[in-house]
Design a binder for this molecule. Structure first.
Ligand code: SF4
Length: 836
């Protein structure tokens, strides 16, 4: 019986290079329930991070009472992490679930019924369409809906209303991953496979605190670094995370660049490849364009120049580059330390450049994982709920628009394609001015998660815009809305979702939602029906009624595109494992890694974008793209480093950066309602380095005030592992307090301090480059409420360890029975079979 709060990654199962990751089945049931008590197990995948671990939900007496990993699933081989184990089901029976629609009467939300609530939404929608047209509507959705729901919303928004104002909170989270993949390879889609971990001899983690954000994936890496012939780890992170410690242990490097200087470091690493002759010239000549321009861009970034800008040792830059240049198979992973930081897309593209220069892509162990944060972010991007056109189509290519118009039987001019889709930050600006008069927010909590929180609060509660929120609970955002629609959650509805490595899972309905709550799909269908959206033949624009019908419609619209689902069906997905797209006649069992043949979707008529200038965001035109004639070759692109928008000053001498902790997910809507997870990280804190704390006279647990030019928080201080000059705050905490015992609940929202500024290409806001000052307010009542098991560990001993998860069980299986057992079925798991 293991406490997986204290033991985050669970029992190790070390193994050697090129061998199968052993299966280990993790299980947790509610206290007092034994396996024999479970009525039935229902197939699903975990919805609490982008790893997408295959699992089964335990059901007893019509309630979800536990979860078990699936040994046969290619993603996790049976494992689950603390969030999956303790956070998957407790929220569902929480007494504060929304069970009836709410409508605003004056300054109060009052319980209502579906006819009244949806009637208000439809009346306002029709009025705005009649008076102001489609640009009066905005949709801001999530990274946690199902594929069928995103696709339905995309059809409604693009072909029913015709608005370009659609985006999701994926803009805050994975927009840079998508943008970087498009810039280098011509289309979104993860090149790498998790099985690259089994084959690589070096792993570079760029701004990716994987031990906390994707715990099962980190367990997979630990099982390699603790086995025979381990890979070396290189960590790029301003905090001394567990990744940094593993880098030191494996003979790798920890590079801790000053906040906001990632691109200078990446340019330095790239230059080293050129200088030392580590470029695969034959491969790059046949499979890339732009190498001369890239070499010119990075030429000034000597290791000494990089050291001046980034505050890292020149020798460490050289060592890291040598590891990359001399390894035969490098795996790179990237996350928010790059995506939410200054020059985000250029920095993420630079990771691709390193792989392309070495010809290390698509081969076993040579992969790139531009990770997602949220579990269904990939579907949001695929289906077009983030504003893109469904199926990775190019809004600037009229033939792509016409393909959709034919599929939906609408006039192509209905589909907004005269300009780029509106990104989230601009959507909220339009809502602020009232030019968007109806903003529909689904399954996300922007009042807590968006930058410059005071401004977002004012936008949502103001009279200039009618705000609809559909969610599981009365979140900080929902309580300011005009209409609140109660939604069903994971396990209460059926649908598919796709993880960060393109692996598609089916999640079946296990129990009924509470009260009058409805699935997001049913809510969107009810709106479409009430609005009377029709196609050119006068038939309903959205003809499907069930998730499976919506899925089939989606599969057919992906035909011929990189994101090809045409070989998938619910029946296929009811097998032993998730399946990575593309799934079609050529790849009937899916494809573990993309680009093994060195051919990329960059043809001008096929690509998802013509690309951008990485420094300014200026768009490349179709004519310019055609003149380059990439024709299946990848782009090598670079940009010079520029200083961040805010630099430390006398008034604000420190750099402020936000992030996550392993025990909470996003704004804690689910994880905050798990007693185990909430106890492990119950309240906000800030982390200071030892030198900064000493200079400011701050000790562990002291109350401090952290201020930026935009706002302030007052929380307790952890004197911890962050680099000198930086202050770290977890972003999860709004004023909602599940136990009513968090003393800092009223003034702890990390985004009070962040600023409204975004990357010129991906439009992802920067959460990691603000300035701040810290002042001591007084003694605390003990240590900071920060976990000790994570990168937030205290610098000095004496703080009680984080524990208290309650029992779980874990069984290491003697032989890995994971799917597919036949090596000829090489697509879904290429550990045994080699690449397709
Ligand atoms: S690693 Fe992610 S998907 Fe897997 S169990 Fe943990 S939270 Fe869920």
């Amino acid at each position: 019986m293991s406490d997986r709060i204290a033991d985050v990654h669970g029992t190790a199962t070390p193994h050697g290079r090129g061998t199968v990751w052993p299966a280990r089945v993790d299980l947790r049931l509610e206290p007092g329930i034994a396996e024999a008590d479970v009525d039935r197990w229902v197939q699903s995948a975990c919805l609490l991070c982008s790893n997408g671990c295959g699992c089964d939900i335990a059901v007893k007496d019509g309630r979800m009472v536990g979860i078990r990993g699936r040994a046969t699933d290619v993603v996790n081989h049976g494992r689950l992490g603390p969030k999956g184990l303790y956070g998957s089901t407790d929220w569902a029976s929480s007494p504060d679930r929304l069970t009836r629609p709410l409508v605003r009467e004056g300054d109060r939300l009052v319980e209502s019924d579906w006819d009244t609530a949806m009637g208000r939404v439809v009346a306002r929608s029709k009025q705005l369409l009649a008076e102001k047209g489609p640009l009066s509507h905005g949709f801001y959705t999530s990274g946690q809906l199902f594929l069928e729901e995103y696709y339905t919303q995309a059809v409604i928004g693009k072909a029913g209303i015709g608005t370009p104002h659609m985006d999701g909170n994926t803009r805050l989270c994975t927009a840079t991953a998508a943008a970087a993949l498009k810039e280098s390879f011509g289309a979104d889609g993860q090149p790498g496979s998790y099985t690259d971990i089994e084959h690589c001899d070096a792993i570079f983690l760029y701004g990716h605190n994987m031990p906390e954000t994707q715990t099962v994936l980190w367990a997979r890496i630990l099982d390699r670094t603790r086995g025979d012939d381990p890979p070396r780890i290189v960590c790029v992170d301003p905090r001394r995370t567990a990744v940094a410690r593993e880098a030191e242990r494996t003979g790798g490097v920890h590079l801790a660049p000053r906040v906001g200087t990632n691109l200078a470091l990446m340019n330095g690493l790239t230059r080293e490849l050129f200088v030392h002759g580590w470029v695969d010239e034959e491969w790059t000549a046949g499979h890339t364009v732009g190498i001369d321009d890239l070499e010119a861009v990075v030429e000034p970034y000597t290791p000494e120049h990089v050291a001046d800008i980034c505050g890292v040792a020149a020798a460490d830059v050289r060592r890291a580059a040598r590891i990359f240049g001399e390894s035969t198979a490098v795996l790179s992973t990237v996350l928010q330390g790059f995506y939410q930081s200054h020059q985000a897309t250029a920095s993420a593209v630079a990771v691709h450049n390193l792989h392309l220069l070495r010809g290390q892509i698509g081969r076993p162990g040579s992969g790139v994982l531009q990770m997602n944060g949220q579990p269904t972010a990939q579907n949001n991007r695929e289906c077009g709920a983030d504003g893109d056109l469904p199926g990775f189509r190019n809004w600037d290519n009229i033939q792509h628009v016409e393909q959709l118009a034919r599929a939906w039987d609408v006039d192509p001019m209905t589909i907004p394609h005269w300009a780029p889709p509106t990104h989230a930050m601009q959507i909220f600006r339009y809502a602020e001015t009232g030019s968007i008069g109806l903003l529909w927010i689904s399954a996300t909590n922007p009042v807590v998660s968006m930058p410059q929180a005071a401004r977002i609060r004012d936008i949502v509660r103001g009279d200039q815009c009618f705000v609809v929120v559909q969610d599981l609970f009365l979140t900080e955002t929902a309580e300011l809305a005009d209409v609140v629609l109660p939604a069903a959650g994971w396990g209460e509805k059926t649908g598919c979702f796709t993880n960060a490595t393109r692996t598609v899972h089916l999640s079946e309905k296990a129990v009924d939602p509470p009260g009058e709550a409805r699935s997001d799909l049913d809510i969107f269908l009810a709106y479409a029906d009430a609005m009377g959206f029709t196609n050119l033949d006068g038939d309903p624009l959205v003809p499907w009624r069930t998730p499976e019908e919506a899925f089939d419609a989606w599969c057919s619209v992906t035909a011929g595109r990189p994101v090809d689902y045409t070989g998938l069906s619910y029946a296929r997905l009811r097998g032993p494992t998730g399946i990575p797209w593309p799934v079609n006649e050529q790849h009937p069992d899916g494809l573990g890694s993309l680009y093994a043949d060195g051919v990329f979707p960059t043809d001008t008529d096929y690509c998802e974008t013509y690309g951008h200038d990485l420094l300014t965001g200026g768009a490349v035109t179709a004519v310019e793209h055609r003149a380059i004639a990439p024709a299946g070759r990848a782009f090598l692109k670079g940009a010079p480093y520029t200083p961040a928008h805010e630099e430390p000053s006398e008034e604000y001498p420190l750099l402020y950066t936000t992030g996550r902790t392993v025990y909470q997910f996003h704004t804690r809507t689910k994880t905050g309602r798990s007693r185990s997870l909430d106890r492990a990280a119950p309240d906000a804190w800030v982390e200071l380095s030892v030198p900064d704390a000493e200079r400011l006279g701050i000790s562990e647990g002291d109350r401090v005030r952290v201020e930026s030019p935009r706002g302030a928080i007052e929380v307790r201080a952890r004197v911890g592992q962050v680099m000198e000059g930086a202050v770290f705050a977890p972003f999860h905490y709004g004023h909602w307090d599940p136990s009513g015992s968090a003393p800092d609940a009223g003034h702890r929202l990390a985004n009070e301090l962040t600023m409204t500024v975004w990357d010129p290409v991906s439009k992802q806001p920067y959460f990691k480059t603000a300035v701040c000052r810290v002042t001591r307010l007084g003694d605390g009542d003990g240590p900071a409420p920060a976990p000790t098991t994570t990168a937030s560990a205290p610098a000095r001993a004496g703080v009680p360890g984080t524990a208290g998860g309650g029992p779980t069980s874990s069984e290491v299986l003697p032989q890995t029975p994971h799917y597919p057992l036949d090596p000829s079925q090489s697509g879904a798991d290429d550990t045994r079979a080699g690449r397709s």
